[in-house]
Design a protein. Structure first.
Length: 99
């Protein structure tokens, strides 16, 4: 087993799913860099706060997409193979997301 696989579970994603998630993350990364530039340029606080709010909304949207994919694939597969602990893991994950 390689070092990359020793400490966490892995998920095989389709090329389309990986591209969609990566595109969202690249957009969010660009938004974060934009906020950093705004801070460095001394932009008005409210303008920065508005951009941070947009980043939070984008991350929330990313989470919803990833969670839906997780339920439809990982959770369903685990339940079908008799791993009922997947439901508890899902509940714990949702609780953490709702903090």
């Amino acid at each position: 087993m390689s070092e990359n696989n020793c400490c966490y579970r892995q998920k095989q994603r389709t090329v389309q799913e990986t591209k969609k998630l990566t595109t969202r993350l690249n957009r969010i990364e660009g938004q974060v860099r934009g906020v950093k530039n705004m801070v460095e340029d001394g932009r008005y606080c409210v303008d920065i706060l508005n951009q941070v709010s947009a980043i939070q909304a984008a991350l929330s949207s990313f989470n919803k997409e990833l969670l839906a994919n997780h339920i439809h694939t990982c959770v369903v597969d685990d339940i079908r193979s008799g791993k009922s602990e997947a439901v508890e893991e899902l509940c714990d994950t949702i609780k953490k997301m709702m903090k």
